[in-house]
Ligand binder design. Structure first.
Ligand code: RAT
Ligand code: ZN
Length: 439
């Protein structure tokens, strides 16, 4: 190659692509694409309106979110036992007083309340909750749900459905009309985490199972899963597991996973979601707010992904220390899909670290976030925060790429954002984009 042709080809290579964005515009285009792309919220504790009082919404529920209760007990002298005796309204008043009147709401969860009030044009500094309460009381649930999801930029919400919760069970048994924006998930914590405390519930539903999981138990659990699959049409099966989770192991849990749940997922072509790393009830006085986190042994993922190559696993891990290993395992096993920055990780500083690590190690082949919302309006602030952080992180990623010589166009950004926040999940769960259509 002579000197002239080298410099010619170098020159051509360095020419920006016709519609490549100037570096100075990249971040605002990323912001724009993030704002205009409706996301799929792949894990929440929300319910469609037919589930009635199981679906939480409004100011009193927002303020009594267990993330805020944990913070309340740090700034108040009220003992938990006294707090639990208060009515929901009194609890909300106490939390507002302590965390919002007597203190500045600077934590992530308290700031979220402010963002929600602001989104509805409600006062953020008042001494009581009167105005907020009358606003929420005036809302009709169906139209309020639609409005909230639109404000959050979310087209589809994935629920958490427990077939052994007596209240929820009854609703499913009577037949549930599907809602275009809500998808079901078959959650299996009671079976996989506490067989001893729950097998009799299966007996009551007509399945021949026993405490030792012997005899016909496994095939009966498969029949149970098949019946609930038929009732719920879930997009995946799911379980949250402790930091001590081991697989394989000589336990009922391991047997149920290997012989019932995983084969059923294969039969119905569903992914299994594993949320690993919770340490349940380290402080039972705090009830739902009493769980903590522990580092897990992620060799369980290696064992599961290698042993069951025809199954797909959606995985979120709670410990910050487990995040890098999760990325490494995702590079080894393409049946593993990391998702979300869960619970104690859903804070800007940690989301930033984890998401950068995932982009650097996995490109766009993961699902960056889910809201884990328990109260409807939380999706507004949680997704607002995710979009703000993601704009910065993706903006920086594309700036580096552009500096390295590859022009970045709006359609490249759109393709990646769609993949991260919609199509990775749609493909994994075999949902067509029609099922999660934009609102
Ligand atoms: O984030 C939460 O609200 C936790 O309490 C759990 O519900 C967790 O998200 C889970 O799904 O187990
Ligand atoms: Zn959850």
């Amino acid at each position: 190659m002579d000197a002239r042709s080298v410099s010619e080809s170098e020159r051509t290579a360095n020419l920006p692509q016709a519609d490549a964005l100037p570096v100075s515009q990249i971040e605002s285009v990323v912001e724009d694409v993030l704002a205009s792309t409706p996301f799929v919220d792949v894990h929440t504790h929300l319910f469609s309106p037919v589930f009635g009082s199981l679906g939480l919404w409004g100011i009193d529920e927002l303020l009594t979110y267990h993330y805020l209760e944990a913070e309340f007990f740090r700034s108040s002298d009220m003992p938990p036992e006294r707090y639990w005796k208060l009515s929901k309204r009194e609890q909300a008043d106490a939390i507002w007083q302590v965390l919002f009147v007597e203190n500045t709401p600077i934590s992530e969860a308290t700031r979220g309340i402010i963002a929600v009030l602001q989104a509805f044009g409600l006062p953020t500094e008042s001494l009581d909750l009167e105005e907020a309460r009358s606003f929420f009381q005036a809302q009709q649930l169906e139209s309020h749900v639609q409005r909230v999801l639109e404000m959050a930029g979310v087209s589809t919400v994935v629920m958490t459905n427990d077939p052994l919760n007596p209240e929820e069970q009854l609703i499913w048994m009577n037949g549930v009309k599907s809602h275009p924006q809500f998808q079901a998930v078959l959650r299996l914590d009671r079976i996989l985490r506490d067989w001893g405390g729950n097998w009799q519930q299966l007996v009551k539903q007509g399945y021949a199972v026993d405490a030792q999981a012997s005899g016909r138990t496994v095939s009966e659990v498969r029949r149970f899963l098949s019946d609930w699959y038929g009732r719920m049409h879930p997009v995946y099966m799911a379980v949250s597991l402790p930091d001590t989770f081991q697989f394989p192991a000589d336990t009922i849990q391991s047997k149920m996973l290997a012989e019932a749940v995983i084969p059923s997922c294969r039969e119905f072509d569903l992914p299994l979601s594993l949320m690993i790393g919770v340490r349940l009830q380290v402080n039972p006085r705090l009830r739902l707010a009493g769980d903590a986190v522990g580092r897990a042994d992620l060799r369980v993922l290696e064992n599961l992904c290698r042993t069951f190559p025809d199954n797909r696993f959606l995985v979120s891990v709670l410990s910050r220390e487990n995040q890098h290993e999760l990325c490494v395992y995702a590079r080894k096993f393409n049946n593993l899909m990391p998702f979300g920055c869960w619970w104690f990780l859903n804070n800007p500083s940690i989301v930033e670290e984890i998401t950068r690590e995932r982009l650097e190690m996995l490109g766009a082949s993961f699902i960056p976030q889910h809201s884990d919302a328990r109260v409807l309006e939380q999706v507004i602030y949680k997704w607002q925060n995710t979009r703000t952080i993601l704009a910065r992180i993706l903006g920086n990623t594309y700036r580096l790429l552009s500096n390295d010589g590859r022009g970045v166009r709006r359609q490249d950004i759109q393709r990646d954002v769609t993949r991260l926040f919609r199509s990775n999940f749609e493909k994994w769960t075999r949902l067509s984009s029609g099922d999660t259509a934009a609102v």
